[in-house]
Design a protein around this ligand. Structure first.
Ligand SMILES: CC/C=C\C/C=C\C/C=C\CCC/C=C/C(=O)SCCNC(=O)CCNC(=O)[C@H](O)C(C)(C)COP(=O)(O)OP(=O)(O)OC[C@H]1O[C@@H](n2cnc3c(N)ncnc32)[C@H](O)[C@@H]1OP(=O)(O)O
Length: 298
């Protein structure tokens, strides 16, 4: 697709990168935003110009796995919203039943060439840089399970509201797949729940039920499932009353040390990922995990 090719072209990527944390000051004309509601196959964005709040509905069946195409689309949508001065808040939620996001699409990392894995990892980084460094107020309305990359997506937001349903779980469970959360996943979690909670959670690959997630601060609020979205909207209204420049500078102060670490090491991080994920032993672990998922279903 043209937009996907555009995103990956060398001419466009630097423009996208340059706007991750200060999008309104350095907006590139590449994606001058359309201000009306837009739809796309994997993500639907509803933008209400009167409130300045956009809602991203993830709608990629069956489980909103974060594929290369999904993440590319997410990055483009974010870029457009970030460049729109009127857009001050973003709520991310899922249109799929029972699942917020199943995390990175395992099929993007299994049986793929090093080039493909590198391209995939670059867009995973891009998604994180854009969301963690967003100038907008970002709220995750977590209306389903949210393992691994799904948890990371939630953690990049400023506030997390989760459905109080014990069937759902959230956490960075990478070690259960035989893989390792990279330093920026780890630091995003440390910045949220502290070093000790992260150390235990990451080593054991823990997936927390909502009540446990609330207890360690992995989510900020639990609400009945049918109220997740309305509470997210109310919370957004409250956050938007804070003077914008003061809130944004504070957010940057809290997050920039972690962001800068990845930004200055992107290429090395990609090389590290590619050499790790393409190892035969790691590929075997991924295959076994996918088989386990299928057996669990049967
Ligand atoms: C020295 C080294 C140092 C550092 C390391 C260097 C680099 C880092 C290296 C690696 C880092 C990688 C980081 C990875 C992050 C990730 O996000 S990995 C993905 C982890 N995700 C999961 O574990 C979730 C797995 N899925 C589930 O648990 C469940 O599907 C669900 C709870 C989300 C939903 O349950 P159900 O509604 O019951 O749905 P099903 O389980 O039946 O699934 C339907 C369908 O979807 C397929 N699927 C599920 N998840 C994924 C996925 N993540 N990717 C791809 N496909 C997925 C599932 O297999 C089913 O398929 P079908 O059987 O219908 O074909």
């Amino acid at each position: 697709m043209a937009w996907r090719a555009a995103l990956r072209s060398k001419a466009v990527i630097p423009a996208l990168l340059s706007c991750s944390s200060h999008g309104r000051l350095c907006a590139s004309p590449t994606f001058i935003t359309q201000r009306n509601n837009s739809t796309s196959p994997k993500i639907k964005v509803d933008y209400d110009q009167t409130t300045g709040v956009a809602v991203m509905h993830m709608q990629s069946p069956p489980v909103n796995s974060l594929s290369l195409d999904f993440l590319t689309e997410l990055c483009i949508s974010l870029e457009k919203l970030e460049m729109d001065k009127g857009c001050r808040g973003l709520i991310i939620t899922s249109n799929q039943p029972k699942v917020f996001s199943a995390g990175l699409d395992i099929l993007e990392m299994y049986g793929k060439s090093p080039e493909h894995c590198g391209e995939f990892w670059k867009v995973v980084q891009e998604m994180w840089l854009k969301l963690y460094g967003s100038n907008m107020v970002t709220i995750a309305a977590i209306n389903g399970s949210s393992p691994a990359g799904g948890c990371l997506l939630s953690l990049t937001c400023d506030y997390r509201i989760m459905a109080d349903n014990p069937l759902y779980s959230i956490g960075l469970n990478e070690t259960q797949l035989g893989i390792v959360a990279p330093f920026w996943f780890k630091e995003t979690m440390v910045n949220t729940v502290g070093h000790r909670n992260t150390e235990v959670a990451l080593q054991l690959g823990l997936l927390y039920k909502p009540a446990e997630a609330l207890k360690i601060g992995l989510v900020d609020q639990l609400v009945p499932e049918d109220q997740v979205f309305s509470v997210a909207t109310q919370t957004m209204t409250k956050w938007l009353t804070i003077p914008e420049h003061a809130r944004q500078i504070t957010k940057s102060m809290m997050r920039n040390p972690t962001i800068d670490k990845l930004r200055t090491n992107r290429e090395a991080d990609i090389q590290n990922f590619v050499s790790f994920i393409t190892k035969e032993s790691i590929q075997k672990s991924l295959r076994m995990y996918m088989e386990m998922l299928k057996q669990r279903k049967a």
